[in-house]
Design a binder for this molecule. Structure first.
Ligand code: NAP
Length: 259
């Protein structure tokens, strides 16, 4: 463990016994950042992880949390992050995203690898690394941000839809495998949320990214953060299994009303 990780572990271990701890992956922007703020407002000490450490540190300072570098595609980075968390009540598997839009025949294997590594294997690594502390705390919750792409398929979207289906199946399987243990599982599957998501998908192309939301009112990151906060604030015998949430203007992954 680096000094950063050791210092974080000592700091977290020294928190008052009644302080609830949350981990939010991909907290440097969008849904993860808003979720970290929402959980901090509920009194959680939030450990935020992502690759852009400058953003994380500013956020951690603002919410009184802890920032740690995290690349969910790197097993060593995940292991070091998880080893720094001595106890935990809520894990939000949020880090993820899409790259490109191509048909199956034109699939770019690097883009597929990025999407599978980030959304699927990233979730697997964080769950495996943190499940022991979630359970030993006696009241754990795992929230995974999947997508309507975990329920639907659409042309030129198979890299992302297949990764989100796989991430969702991983998450839903845990509900059965940990039945009887003191841990809950909530899947939140959003439709369109205006974040950096489309900018990442279209490789920084602003025009393409903003055209996704043109003529309709998309959700914002705070809309999803409040749902995470709602799930986390239910009494521990209540498990919200799945929440699908879309803008009023969106019917499905491929059909929306645009003015
Ligand atoms: P975003 O603004 O692009 O945020 C993505 C976050 O994931 C960033 O904080 C990014 O941080 C982090 N991330 C990406 N690769 C990572 C890696 N290898 N290791 C650690 N963190 C990584 O997009 P968002 O909309 O908030 O997306 C959050 C989640 O919601 C994703 O899983 C996405 O698939 C899902 N979702 C989004 C929408 C939507 O319409 N926006 C709809 C349904 C589901 P760094 O780059 O700093 O590492």
């Amino acid at each position: 463990m680096s000094t950063d990780h050791s210092a974080a572990r000592e700091r977290l271990a020294a928190l008052p016994a009644d302080t609830r701890v949350a981990v939010v992956t991909g907290a440097s922007s969008g849904i993860g950042e808003a979720t970290a703020r929402e959980l901090a407002a509920q009194g959680f000490h939030v450990v935020v992880g992502a690759r852009r450490l400058d953003r994380l540190e500013a956020l951690a300072q603002e919410i009184g949390g802890t920032a740690l570098p995290l690349d969910v595609t790197d097993a060593d980075s995940c292991a070091a992050f998880c080893a720094a968390v001595p106890r935990l009540h809520v894990l939000v598997n949020n880090a993820g995203g899409a790259k490109g839009t191509t048909t199956v025949m034109d699939a770019d294997e690097d883009q597929w690898r990025w999407m599978w590594e980030t959304n699927v294997l990233g979730t697997l690594r964080m769950v495996r690394g943190l499940m022991p502390v979630l359970i030993s705390t006696g009241d754990g919750l795992v929230v995974t941000i999947t997508s309507v792409a975990a329920f639907e398929t659409y042309d030129k979207g198979s890299g992302y839809t297949s990764a989100k289906h796989a991430q969702a199946v991983l998450h839903r399987t845990l509900r059965g495998e940990f039945l009887g243990e003191p841990v809950r599982f909530t899947e939140i599957a959003p439709g369109m949320v205006e974040t950096e998501f489309s900018l990442v998908r279209f490789d920084g192309d602003d025009d393409k990214a903003s055209s996704v939301y043109q003529g309709l009112t998309p959700m914002v990151a705070q809309d999803i953060a409040e749902i995470v906060g709602f799930a986390a604030s239910r009494p521990s015998h209540v498990n919200l299994d799945q929440i699908v949430v879309k803008p009023r203007d969106q019917h499905s992954a491929t059909r929306a009303h645009r003015r």
